[in-house]
Design a protein around this ligand. Structure first.
Ligand SMILES: Cc1ncc(COP(=O)(O)O)c(C=O)c1O
Length: 388
């Protein structure tokens, strides 16, 4: 029998990290000691306090049943408490908070709630690949907003043609930003809210890295911006904040109509987050002041090793104010893919080619500071032996 995939799958290139994984496996089979700076998956463990909560909660038979679709009210109330402590914003846990099986799940499903075939969705390039793919799955047409260095990696909303703006249903933004590590200030969010109001576009703010910021900088929430909650939904994740990527728990907050639209999709697709994980997440949000104690200092030390070392070998990059990514210019004469391949083959260093995040990412590679200091020093040592 011939198995024919749906067009929606065939139009999608292989998931960026799946291609890199394949190449990594090949290199490992050849005996290469790889330093993997490819994927933004923290190497730091989940705090023991959270693990203990999961252990206890997993023994309670009430948690062995189907969870509620929108998330336990206890979890959503803890989200509201955290939001108020962190951003000074009050949320109604019953209507303005939804639990997610990781923020990726919410981002992947939101176009199904609001995008009809042929509608436009405004998607940053470079950007987290899920914005584009989820748009395509819903039959929408991604319109790419280039994030350029000269504009501090913020989209220039005035470049969006009128007809596209009128057809657009969603605008994805993400600050602190993956992959560029750029941050956004209040003036930018004000512009976004004005634009969204003018064209009646839902703003989907991906705030997965809101708690990973350096030098005392505290990223803003869209909900803090006047009009932000009217036009938007914000995605948060416990993944990077509490080193819980594998646990699959996140949440969305915002305009109750937008939140319930997403909830309506989820009701028909998934059955929520394992309640024991929600209980552990509740404890994490209530127990810790974010950022998690000590975590920022670890990333700051790693950042200093890499930024200094990479500059010494002649690579150009900014010192990031947030996220655990470095967005690095490739040397003259290379494409992103060629330079990433060179690093992998000659130095055993895994970096992600920037064009994998969208065409405007060409000319860059991304490194994630998700390995320890000794390995980062080793990476710099290996690079010092190379000529670009
Ligand atoms: C920008 C961005 N958004 C969302 C996610 C998804 O995170 P999670 O599904 O673990 O919450 C990631 C993961 O790397 C990310 O980089």
């Amino acid at each position: 029998m011939r198995i024919q995939k749906a067009k929606r799958i065939e139009q999608i290139p292989p998931y960026l990290f799946a291609q890199i994984d394949k190449k990594k496996r090949e290199m490992r089979q050849r005996g290469m000691d790889l330093i993997d700076l490819g994927i933004g998956d923290p190497d730091l463990p989940t705090p023991p306090f959270i693990i203990e909560k999961l252990k206890k909660a997993s023994e309670d038979p009430r948690n062995h049943r189907y969870p509620s679709y929108e998330g336990m009210i206890e979890f959503r109330t803890a989200v509201a408490r955290w939001y108020e402590r962190r951003f000074g914003i009050r949320l109604d846990p019953a209507r303005e908070v939804l639990s997610l099986i990781g923020s990726k799940e919410g981002i992947a499903h939101i176009p199904l709630a609001f995008v009809d075939p042929g509608d436009a969705v405004l998607v940053p390039s470079p950007g987290y690949p899920v914005y584009r793919v989820s748009t395509l799955f819903a039959g929408g047409i991604p319109f790419f907003l280039p994030l350029r260095e000269e504009n501090k990696f913020l989209p220039d909303l005035s470049e969006i043609p009128e007809d596209v703006a009128h057809k657009a249903k969603l605008l994805f933004i993400n600050y602190p930003n993956n992959p560029t590590s750029a941050i956004a200030e209040r003036a930018f969010y004000d512009q976004v809210v004005a634009f969204a109001r003018k064209y009646e576009i839902i703003v989907c703010h991906d705030a997965a890295y809101s708690e990973i910021a350096f030098d005392g900088y505290r990223p803003l929430s869209l909900m803090e911006i006047e009009g932000g909650k009217e036009v938007g939904i914000e995605f948060h994740s416990l993944s990077k904040t509490f080193n819980m990527t594998g646990w699959r728990i996140g949440f969305a907050v915002g305009n109750p109509e937008i939140v319930s639209g997403l909830g309506g999709v989820k009701t028909n697709i998934d059955s929520g987050v394992f309640q024991a994980i929600q209980e552990a997440g509740t404890a994490a949000l209530d127990h810790f002041d974010t950022p998690l104690p000590g975590i920022i200092e670890i990333y700051e030390r790693r950042r200093e090793i890499l930024v200094k070392g990479l500059r010494e070998v002649g690579l150009e990059l900014e010192r990031p104010k947030a996220t655990f990514y470095l967005w690095i210019h490739v040397p003259r004469g290379y494409t992103s893919a060629q330079f990433a391949a060179l690093l992998l083959e000659k130095a055993g260093i895994v970096a992600t080619p920037g064009n994998g995040f969208g065409d405007t990412g060409e000319g860059y590679i991304r490194m994630a500071m998700t390995v320890g200091e000794e390995r980062l020093k080793e990476a710099i040592h290996r690079l010092k032996g190379m000529v670009f």
